[in-house]
Write a protein that binds this ligand. Structure first.
Ligand code: DX5
Ligand code: ZN
Length: 217
């Protein structure tokens, strides 16, 4: 099956956000990946509701919102109102993850769990059946343009087994350092969604790069 491609808007030109979103509308991108950083969960601050609302005004594809924030449960409804179609919270930032997943679903959004490189996917055993998406971080979150962590391949296999065992419908998304070199093996191991920021936006032809990722095998 062809992967879903979710370019990360974090790597786009914010001074030309409308044209960047229109480029994604006209490309083979499936979702737009939106990175929200609070300067507390991660050592960086990206953008918040006004920018998300601006993206939503032009986007013709689902917005996949990745919350790298502490206490994400405080802001779920506002992210939904601002335009999120999928909302992922970090397992490391969620004291009551099961409750937060239900809270996300109650807004009508799809519920995702993001997992840092050091966190074992086995921690998701009792909650995987409630997730629509698992975002496996293949870099330490906080910045675009980092090097892919090779241990991710092993984690995809473990997560895939867990999903099958628990009869979960969750998609496996890989986030960080994705490019045309690692995409084929990520897909072979079981990834369903590839996020790509710098690889797409630093290319001479971002739309063609998205198309290339989409046809990787
Ligand atoms: C990292 C973000 C990623 C990042 C991906 O904290 O969650 O989504 O934007 O960017 P690249 O593809 O450049 O690693
Ligand atoms: Zn992300």
């Amino acid at each position: 099956m062809r992967p879903l491609i979710a370019p990360s808007v974090l790597a786009s030109d914010f001074a030309n956000l409308q044209s960047e979103v229109e480029m994604l509308n006209n490309s083979q991108a499936d979702w737009l990946h939106i990175d929200i950083m609070d300067g507390r969960f991660v050592p960086n601050i990206s953008f918040g509701f006004p920018v998300l609302e601006a993206i939503k005004r032009y986007a013709q594809k689902p917005l996949d919102v990745h919350l790298m924030i502490v206490e994400p449960e405080q802001y779920i409804e506002r992210f939904r109102e601002a335009g999120a179609d999928t909302i992922s919270v970090h397992v490391e930032a969620s004291t009551h993850l099961h409750r937060t997943l239900q809270q996300i679903k109650a807004t009508g959004a799809k519920a995702g769990i993001a997992v840092n490189p050091h966190t074992s996917v086995h921690l998701l055993e009792d909650v995987i059946a409630d997730a629509d998406l698992v975002c496996l971080m293949s870099v330490n979150p906080g910045f675009g343009g980092q090097k892919f962590i090779e241990n991710t391949y092993r984690k995809i296999e473990a997560l895939k087994n867990l999903i099958i065992q628990r009869n979960s419908q969750a998609l496996i998304e890989i986030d960080g350092g994705v490019n045309q070199h690692n995409a084929p093996l990520l897909l072979e191991k079981g990834a369903d969604v590839l996020v790509a920021g710098s690889f797409v936006f630093s290319a001479d032809d971002p739309a063609q790069t998205i198309a290339d990722l989409k046809s990787s095998k």
